[in-house]
Write a protein that binds this ligand. Structure first.
Ligand SMILES: Cc1cc2nc3c(=O)[nH]c(=O)nc-3n(C[C@H](O)[C@H](O)[C@H](O)COP(=O)(O)OP(=O)(O)OC[C@H]3O[C@@H](n4cnc5c(N)ncnc54)[C@H](O)[C@@H]3O)c2cc1C
Length: 459
């Protein structure tokens, strides 16, 4: 029996396709990477179906690329060697919300939007860490790529919030990780060997996560946004260090854009939350005083008259901080997510502006401060999707900002293949060998999202 017929036997006629339209759609994403080739698209509904598909893929030596929302912009869910795209969005059940221990158990296809509205309706005192990505992205893939959400500056990146997993291994066995592997509850990941690390950051090359338990957090009754601005780029590291040392904020991002002129400053956007008004006032005053006295005083201004529309956008969950981008006709948007030490921000800031200008783009930045403190420094580029030259320029700008990231001692987050090559070129050879051995051990047939974290892909 052929692959297509076998897939139909597993999931039925309606959830598999090798039609031209579906293959076109799944052969690209909305970023600037060139399109590649998907041969089959399958939407499994159950872990058992995923298992059967994986076993079939092993027998037929056909690659599998798991996909959530497909929104990394780095084509991480676009197949490199053809084969099956396993679109997980059909597995969309929220299986449990435990109010007492504060976690949710969800299937791999549950989107950010779905979990957010489910919690609002049924558990209004709880929230999950929501990235500023489109609502159609999946909670599971976001956690697996070490994404970050609106409470990450306070509680950690989203992969830190994983309590447990159910995974279909590349050889077809189903395996649970965390407290669920020894008892009925998903309340914690440790104290056990931390096997979640075998699936976090691997881009689907080590297994297919079918369920995930995600920590939830109390939703504060009061929230407010405070914005401060400066033109003293060299003071940013000290400001971040001081702001985070106070240890009172929920979210903290930095934005700027060259146009309109009033936006051409560095804005510190600080979201505070509290359970009472007094707590909020206290926190606000502490930050105002901090910036008032910062670096001898007079270096940072408090933005008193924040426009109500901006106030709303910053306080939305997720916030819409990316209004900074110089969106062009054609609507393309890309960014290098550079995870940088904060002392390198001034150099990154200046050199990033030069990169944008070299490719005739206006500079716009959105950076989120992460625990450490470190920063997700977004080198943002907008382009016309319909213009091949513009797409190529964007790829060159990404490559330059990836290289700059490494020169500055940082790392590229959710890197496209080229960025992964740069990472592997710089990696401790023993670490790279360990990665290769782990992949080989888990996926002896080499079927899982091949090309990613693959030293053979290096030039
Ligand atoms: C405008 C914009 C703003 C953004 N802002 C943020 C932000 O603030 N924070 C943030 O974290 N991200 C952000 N992103 C990046 C990205 O959209 C998110 O990280 C998103 O959550 C990725 O999820 P996804 O479902 O789209 O992943 P996919 O692209 O579908 O998958 C990502 C990787 O995980 C693998 N994978 C998917 N599902 C599984 C599975 N079940 N098992 C094993 N492997 C799997 C895929 O093969 C792929 O390698 C933004 C993107 C855009 C376009």
């Amino acid at each position: 029996m052929g692959i297509y017929e076998s897939l139909m036997e597993i999931v039925g006629n309606d959830r598999v396709s090798n039609g031209q339209e579906e293959r076109y759609f799944y052969s690209r994403d909305s970023g600037a990477q060139p399109s590649r080739k998907a041969d089959y698209v399958v939407l499994p509904k159950t872990t058992e179906e995923v298992q059967k598909i994986v076993r079939l893929a092993n027998r037929k030596k056909v690659p599998i690329t798991p996909m959530g929302g497909g929104f990394t912009l780095s084509a991480l869910a676009v197949p490199n060697r053809g084969g099956i795209v396993l679109d997980m969005k059909g597995m969309d059940r929220i299986l449990e919300v435990n109010e007492m221990s504060r976690y949710a158990v969800i299937e791999a296809g549950v989107t950010q939007g779905a979990l957010q509205s489910y919690l609002r309706r049924n558990h209004p005192d709880l929230q999950h860490s929501t990235p500023e990505a489109p609502p159609a992205v999946t909670v599971v893939a976001n956690a697996l790529i070490q994404g970050h959400g609106h409470i990450s500056p306070r509680y950690g990146v989203n992969s830190d919030m994983i309590n447990g997993l159910e995974v279909v291994l590349p050889t077809g066995e189903v395996c649970t990780i965390g407290s669920r592997s020894v008892g009925p509850s998903w309340f914690t990941r440790g104290p056990l060997p931390d096997l979640a690390g075998l699936f976090v950051g691997w881009y689907g090359t080590t297994g297919i996560v079918t369920k995930l338990a995600m920590r939830l957090y109390p939703k504060p009754k009061f929230r407010d946004v405070f914005v401060f601005s400066t033109d003293e780029i060299d003071l940013i590291p000290e400001a971040i260090s001081g702001v985070t040392r106070l240890d009172l904020l929920e979210d903290f991002f930095l934005i700027t854009q060259e146009k309109p002129d009033w936006m051409n400053h560095c804005f510190f956007v600080i979201i505070l939350s509290a359970h009472g008004e007094e707590e909020l006032t206290l926190k606000r005053d502490l930050y105002k005083n901090f910036f008032h006295d910062f670096a001898g005083g007079g270096k940072v201004d408090f933005v008193e008259d924040l426009h109500p529309a901006l106030r709303k956008r910053f306080l939305d969950v997720p916030p819409l901080a990316a209004l900074a981008a110089d969106f062009r006709k054609g609507g393309g948007f890309e960014y290098t997510g550079a995870i940088l030490p904060i002392d390198k921000i001034p150099e990154a800031w200046r050199k990033g502006i030069e990169i944008s200008h070299r490719y005739n783009m206006l500079c716009s930045y959105v950076h989120q401060v992460l625990p450490g403190p470190g920063i997700m420094f977004g080198f943002n580029y907008s382009f016309n999707r319909a213009d091949p030259k513009d797409r190529e320029n964007t790829r060159k700008a990404l490559e330059e900002s990836n290289r700059l990231t490494y020169e500055l001692g940082g790392m590229v987050w959710k890197g496209e293949l080229e960025a992964q090559r740069m990472t592997m070129d710089r990696m401790d050879p023993n670490t790279l060998q360990l990665i290769t051995r782990v992949k080989g051990l888990l996926d002896p047939a080499g079927i899982m999202n091949p090309g990613n974290w693959d030293p053979g892909e290096r030039r």
